[in-house]
Design a binder for this molecule. Structure first.
Ligand code: SAH
Ligand code: CA
Length: 216
């Protein structure tokens, strides 16, 4: 969810860049055919991811949680011609729709899909990343962080999505609500981890931007 009144959120979207046509199509197809379409990064946050990626100019991006590929395609917009984006999802049923839109977008050759559990796949990737986007299982965010940080060079950027979890992070904790509990731990971990510096942005459902410490 997002936290602003609908009309104000609409105003922000209307005064931000348009999404490419293939993303409008992907959004439509996701809502028609795929389970849990509310997980998709929409127009507004998509443009935030796109412009951040263009500012960062990453040669290599890692995404944890592809879903139907919307956020991957937004992040790919910041890749130089020889850059690449690795994206991981545990659900193999999503692979076809992802691939179709990756090809349609023109970024097909630069996007590498991995099917499986990110916690097992990341340690096997023998490479460093300049930009990482964490958006898979909320209960596992802390574990993703531990496996991914050793793959990030000084100055690289980590984005973590849904960190405010519809505002549940400031409500009384229901002991059965493991996702909120995990996000509370994760947000604390990002703040305290001396390897990174962090700022939480109130974009959509909360998007944290962290930078791996090192020379500017
Ligand atoms: N980034 C997407 C949305 C991701 S939804 C977008 O913005 O459009 C979360 C995805 O994480 C789901 O597709 C789910 O299958 C995947 N996922 C859950 N646990 C995972 C794991 N351990 N490893 C990799 N992917 C996982
Ligand atoms: Ca998300």
């Amino acid at each position: 969810m997002h936290f602003l009144p609908d009309r104000l959120q609409q105003y922000l979207t209307d005064h931000s860049e348009n999404e490419p046509e293939y993303l409008t199509e992907l959004s439509r197809e996701t809502h028609l055919k795929v389970l849990q379409p509310r997980m998709i990064t929409g127009h507004y946050q998509g443009r935030v991811l796109s412009i951040l990626s263009k500012i960062i100019r990453p040669e290599r991006i890692l995404e944890i949680g592809t879903y139907t590929g919307y956020s991957a395609l937004c992040l790919a917009e910041g890749l130089p011609p020889k850059g690449e984006l690795h994206t991981i999802d545990i659900n193999e049923e999503l692979e076809d729709i992802q691939r179709r839109y990756f090809e349609k977008s023109g970024y097909g050759k630069q996007i590498i899909q991995h099917v499986g559990n990110a916690i097992e796949i990341i340690p096997q990737l023998d490479m460093q990343f300049d930009l990482v986007f964490i958006d898979a299982e909320k209960k596992e965010y802390s574990r993703y962080l531990e496996v991914v940080l050793p793959k990030m060079r000084a100055g690289s950027i980590l984005l973590s999505d849904n960190v405010l979890w519809s505002g549940k992070v400031i409500e009384a904790l229901d002991p059965a609500d493991k996702a909120t509990e995990a996000l509370l731990d994760y947000n604390k971990m990002l703040k305290e981890d001396q390897r990174i510096e962090t700022v939480v942005l109130p974009i959509r459902d909360g998007l944290t931007l962290s930078r791996v410490r090192g020379p500017l």
